[in-house]
Every structure is written in structure tokens, then in C-alpha cells.
Design a protein around this ligand. Sequence first.
Ligand code: SF4
Ligand code: SF4
Length: 394
Amino acid sequence: MEYRIDPKTGNRLSILGFGMMRLPRGITGTDQEKVTAMVGQAVESGVNYFDTAFVYPGSEVATGRALAETGFRDKIFLATKLPHQQVRKTEDLDRIFAEQLKRLQTDRIDYYLMHNLPSVTLWQRLVERGVIDWLAAKQADGFIGQVGFSFHGKQVDFLELLEAFDWGFCQMQYNYLDVNYQAGQTGLKTAAERGMMVVIMEPLRGGKLAVGLPAKAESAFKAAEPGVSIASWGLRWIWDQPEPTVVLSGMGTMEQLTDNLATAATANPGMLSQAQHDLIKRAIDIIEAGYKVPCTACNYCMPCPHGVNIPDCFTAYNTRATQGLIAGMSQYFSGVGMPNPDRYSGPDKCQACGTCERKCPQNIAIIDSLKEVKKHMEPFWTKAVKLGVRIMMG
Ligand code: SF4
Ligand code: SF4
């Protein structure tokens, strides 16, 4: 495992951080046994940065249990996030934080983030509710280490936010498709120049840069380095740069963890050759030509009050665009419950209420995009499929 230094604290952090957002699931929810096994394996292999959030369903509880069961709490740095939209009065800060300590079975949070802070305006809303004094008191008493924010908004807002407070660190989306998107490379470099540790999230765009690349891009990567995973290309592209401190990967299986550990064992700035950079550039061109909707499957738009499975609609639509009709349609049929009318969660259910669009960090025009999904994923013949299955089911 390679390590990089948090410039504000001198903490030596593993370049691979464990994002506790997409945990393995069993029939009744999070599969705790697998989570604990993966956390144990990660720490034993050198991972020492774990990132969760109040609003990730079941994540803080599962993370706390895994750290308690392995006994590894004191070996790692723990990051979690304040759901700032839920803070209506100063007392809410204490209530939420106390709940987080309880869930995580710990007495301190090493890295505490304002979750998905989109602008200075919303930071000011928190300031009016006393967050600055509250954070200072918590830091003075040893309950919080560094204070930061996570970000999915526009670059101009990111740059303003950097100036709005004496942040210890920040967390931003970054991958080879997002150089000029959201905070982007300019945001990354600006934060690093300010002496901030930068944590990278969505390095593989919700897994889309690992599984489901267009066949042409995938075979180009495989031909260049036959024994190396597709995910490794995306991670190495980031670690090739000196500015990111920790790269979070939302690992859901032991296989993903093992693969990422292998990549992180030798990843250093400047490791990629010009030929490797050229290959990634070629893959970017292929991918961008193929995707219809820039959805990262982050789930922030969910749940839809009318039951639309928004990310699965877009994932299947993009799969169809890049991997063909059969792959896309089979993903769509299982994802949105077609043709079972009781499980159906496709675009027909959309009432255009707009709730999801206000939450989407990628600023996707979800309502219009769902109409596109409807048009392309539910052509006339899907009615015949539905009817046929209904007849078969009696
Ligand atoms: S706009 Fe449509 S998809 Fe979005 S939340 Fe409303 S009903 Fe659901
Ligand atoms: S539509 Fe937006 S909010 Fe919803 S999953 Fe996709 S990227 Fe996330």
C-alpha cells in the first residue's frame, strides 16, 4: 500500500480509502459478515481511511460494527458526514453527531464533512445555525479532527467554498471522464495549492469505468495489459497525479477489494507512460460518444415518491447504447421490474414532480431523460412481452 500525507495534520493516509456506500447486501439488508471480513482484510492490507455518511442507509451502523468486531478502530482514520439539510437549529448538530458516534461505536470522528455542500449560500445557512462555534468546540474537546466538505456542484461554487472557511480538507468527484466536470481538475489543483488534503470520490463513476465500458474501449485496455483489470486503469489515472491524497472506492465485494489493493500497492505520481495516457484518451472518446445520460448511479435522487427506479433506468439505457440491445434490455427488464406490473418502476410512473432534479449532483434533466428512456427502452414490442408473460402467469 502506498501512502500520502495530509498536509494539515501530517497524517499518513493510504491512497486507497474504503468508501462505505455500496456495501455487500444480503436478503434482509447489509451483509454484516461480509462487511466485517472486507474491513478486516482492508486494514490488514494497509487501508487506513474509511468514509461513511449519516444518510447512507445502514452504513454507519455496519461500519461501526465492523470496526468493533475487528478491533481496528484505533488503526484507522474515520470520516463521516453531517447531513446539513437536516440542521434546522443548533441543537440538531448535537443530536445528529451523538447519533453518529453511537452508530459508529466510537468517541471521535477524525475527518468530519459537510455532506454534499453545494454553495456558499448553504454554508451560510449552517453558519447562521452556529456551526462554526459548534465545530470549534467539538475540535477543542477532541471529538472531531479535521473539518471538510464534500462537493458535487459547479466549479465556480467549489472555488468560492474553498475561500469561505478555513477547511482542513475537501472531497470531490474526479475521474478520467470528469476532468472538466463539477470541481474538475481546476478545483483539484486549487485545493491542493491551498495546502488542503483532497479526497477523491467516484473515481470509477459509480463503477461504470470498471464494468460496462463500450466493448471497443474494454478490448483496447485488455489488449494493452491483459492481466490488469479495467478498474485499475481508472484508479491509476488518478494516482498518477500528485494532488489527490486519498481515493475512495465503494467496494462491494472481496474481489473488488483485492483488485484495488493490488493496484494501490505500486501506484505513484508519474507512473503512467505517454502510451498509457493516449490509450485512456482513446477510451474517453469512445465512451463519451456512447453514453446517453451522464448518471453515476449515486442514488441521491432516490427514493422517487412515485416509485421510479431512476438510476436503473439510466444505467440500462446507457448499457443499451454502449453494449447493445440484448445487454441493455435484459438489464432494463430486471432493473425496473418489467414485465411484472407489481414490481414495475420504469419511466411510466414519473409524475414530473421535479423532486429528483433538485437532488441530482450531475444536474441531469431527469424528467426529459426518462422520456427518452421510455421511448427507447419500451418500444411497442415490450407491450407484447408484458402481455405474453401475464398470459403465462395466468
Ligand atoms: S420527477 Fe418523476 S422521477 Fe423525479 S421524483 Fe418526480 S416522479 Fe420521480
Ligand atoms: S440521476 Fe443523478 S442523482 Fe440520480 S442516480 Fe443518476 S446521477 Fe445520481
